[in-house]
Design a protein around this ligand. Structure first.
Ligand SMILES: Cc1cc2nc3c(=O)[nH]c(=O)nc-3n(C[C@H](O)[C@H](O)[C@H](O)COP(=O)(O)OP(=O)(O)OC[C@H]3O[C@@H](n4cnc5c(N)ncnc54)[C@H](O)[C@@H]3O)c2cc1C
Ligand SMILES: *[C@@H]1O[C@H](CO)[C@@H](O)[C@H](O)[C@H]1NC(C)=O
Ligand SMILES: *[C@@H]1O[C@H](CO)[C@@H](O)[C@H](O)[C@H]1NC(C)=O
Ligand SMILES: *[C@@H]1O[C@H](CO)[C@@H](O)[C@H](O)[C@H]1NC(C)=O
Length: 527
């Protein structure tokens, strides 16, 4: 080395170390910790990324599903670990404690407020995408599904084994099993079969001591908690064993749209008395959006239906129960269950089921969601006030998902998800935008908050219920890692109602030191 280059070299070292001293320290310590636990230490560096590695940025971005958290100003993890084996997960849990750093767990990255891969504090990202095996056992009609699997992959693999089995979970095929099933999980079969968590039979997790435990090993309290209480407060979910459900060979779907000028108010009003009581095989989602048609601002109501049966029977059921919508046979499309999955995921008619294996979503934008529960029908006058407000606010829409049926039969304490009998529907508030820049964030987030504030008189109260999987940091967060019981109770009561106390009890028992924590994790009783 000549004098200049050694000088440059020295400068480079000084420069890099002053930039990332803390980081590279963590990297070295963490790497050595992982290696010390592994029987194949030489393989460990391939699962660990420091910000200076070329693989860091693409790995981080692969599962960012909300562009609000894809900015250069978004805090990045100190390290990313991408375990390839269950043992790797266990090492990561132990070593994150050894370096005293928060661990964030990501499976599909669909958290609406990004908390699986963003934090206020320094953190290590544990990214589960490699652990996505799916094994289906036809004789017992069960399957083991890795946390990193996507719902579309699960549906696809079920459909290659059987035309008459399915699984009740979400409609977006890129949603991850790890977050979805640990947070509840619902889709268009919830009136017939309830939530995803109502069909979880066993699970494997890594606990705070790094142990790999199944249902028997973890015990019934912890097994209860990770079926709706959010996995990330309790451990790392490796996989779930699920029970598949029967589906008919013919499933029928439809979509009917009505604007205010086409009697939408009357039909939406009626929907509230019908959608949670009609045949349990029928799910009629109601989408409400402010739109401009022929230069007139109006609200469009879209009724998107799924019926576990054929079109002829569906038209009968609708004629008897919901004639106001005027569903005709020509409005219906008969398909297979997997065909209905593709339909709900907005694929073009005729798309092959293999499309469900894609890990790239159709589109990614900026977005914000909030949720509510409707327990009493809104009057026509009330609906008209809401339309006016939606049009005034601008872009935020609603998705009404009807409950009733099986949802009302399952006791509120059966799983941590408490919003069962007594709810007509869950309301999702939804706004997406494409303009980059913080001004747009502020504008649209303000819109959705104004509509949410306006809706208070119409929805559940004291506490105002919310759905954990529709993550909304507006309803309360805990302060940087303190995670006091009082703070946790604010959002915990809304997500879990009477089940919050039991979740705190389980948390206190299995993770008293509160290692598994995030902005809305379950607190312990007393730190
Ligand atoms: C486009 C879109 C459509 C959706 N549609 C539906 C729907 O139809 N029905 C419905 O119920 N929900 C729906 N959701 C919400 C979805 O269920 C939740 O966002 C869910 O938590 C996503 O799981 P994930 O693994 O993809 O998310 P992630 O962002 O990876 O994780 C979400 C949360 O779970 C934790 N977590 C993730 N993996 C693990 C693990 N292995 N162990 C422990 N904790 C873990 C994370 O730390 C985080 O707190 C939708 C979301 C989006 C973005
Ligand atoms: C996220 O940001 C990076 C860097 O600016 C960009 O290359 C990438 O396309 C963005 N992701 C999406 C989904 O737009
Ligand atoms: C609206 O309802 C009225 C009365 O119920 C009916 O006469 C009319 O045809 C309906 N309009 C549309 C577009 O369905
Ligand atoms: C989809 O395609 C099938 C067969 O090609 C056809 O019968 C059906 O009407 C189509 N459905 C829609 C909604 O276009």
């Amino acid at each position: 080395m000549d004098k200049t280059s050694s000088c440059n070299f020295l400068f480079l070292i000084l420069f890099l170390s002053s930039l990332s001293l803390a980081c590279s320290d963590t990297y070295q310590t963490f790497l050595q910790c992982l290696q010390s636990k592994s029987p194949q230490p030489s393989q460990i560096s391939s699962i660990l990324y420091a910000p200076t590695n070329s693989g860091f940025q693409p790995t981080l971005e692969s599962y960012v599903r909300n562009l609000r958290f894809n900015r250069s100003t978004t805090r990045k993890p100190d390290l990313i670990v991408t375990p390839k084996t269950e043992a790797h997960v266990s090492y990561a849990v132990l070593c994150a404690q050894a370096v005293n750093t928060q661990l964030k767990i990501r499976s599909g990255g669909h958290d609406y407020d990004g908390i699986s891969y963003v934090s206020e504090q320094p953190f290590i990202l544990l990214d589960m995408f490699n652990l996505r095996s799916i094994s289906i056992d036809l004789p017992t009609q069960t399957a083991w599904v890795g946390a990193g699997a996507q719902l579309g992959e699960l549906y696809y693999h079920i459909s290659t084994k059987s035309k008459t089995l399915g699984f009740p979970a979400g409609v977006c095929p890129t949603v991850g099993v790890g977050g979805h099933l640990s947070g509840g999980g619902y889709g268009n079969m919830l009136r017939k079969y309830g939530l995803s968590v109502d069909h979880v039979l066993d699970a494997k997790i890594v606990d705070v001591k790094g142990r790999i435990l199944d249902r028997k090993g973890m015990g019934e309290d912890l097994f209860w908690a990770i079926r709706g209480g959010g996995g990330a407060s309790f451990g790392v979910v490796l996989s779930y064993k699920i029970g598949l459900v029967p589906v008919p060979e013919t499933v029928t779907v439809f979509r009917i749209e009505r604007t205010l000028a086409q009697n939408a108010t009357e039909i939406v009003y009626r929907w509230q008395f019908v959608a949670d009581k009609i045949d349990n095989g029928l799910f009629i989602r109601l989408l409400l959006q402010p739109v401009t048609l022929n230069k007139v601002r109006t609200v469009r109501a879209s009724f998107i239906g799924q019926f576990l049966g054929d079109a002829e029977k569906l038209v009968q059921v609708m004629g008897a129960g919901f004639p106001e919508l005027g569903l005709k046979k020509e409005d219906c499309m008969e398909t297979s269950w997997i065909g209905s999955v593709l339909y709900w995921a907005n694929f073009d008619n005729g798309t092959k089921p293999e499309a469900l294996l894609s890990r790239v979503p159709n589109s990614v934008s900026y977005g914000k969601r909030k949720s509510d529960y409707l327990q009493n029908p809104i009057s026509k006058d009330g609906l008209e006030l809401i339309w006016k407000k939606m049009i005034e606010v601008g872009k935020t829409g609603f998705v009404f998902n009807p409950y009733g049926g099986r949802m009302s039969e399952i006791p509120a304490g059966e799983t941590p998800f408490p919003h069962r009998a007594g709810n007509i529907c869950k309301i999702q508030y939804s706004v997406n935008w494409d303009d980059a820049g913080l001004a747009a964030d502020n504008e649209y987030i303000d819109q959705i908050r104004r509509l949410y504030a306006f809706m208070a008189p119409f929805v559940s109260k004291a506490p105002r219920g919310a759905y954990l999987n529709y993550r909304d940091l507006d309803i309360g967060t805990n302060q940087n890692g303190k995670n006091s019981y009082e703070e946790g109770k604010v959002y915990g009561d809304k997500y879990f109602l009477g089940n919050f106390q039991r979740l705190v009890k389980v948390k206190t028992m299995v993770d008293p030191g509160n290692f598994f924590r995030n902005e809305q994790s379950i607190p312990t009783f007393r730190a």
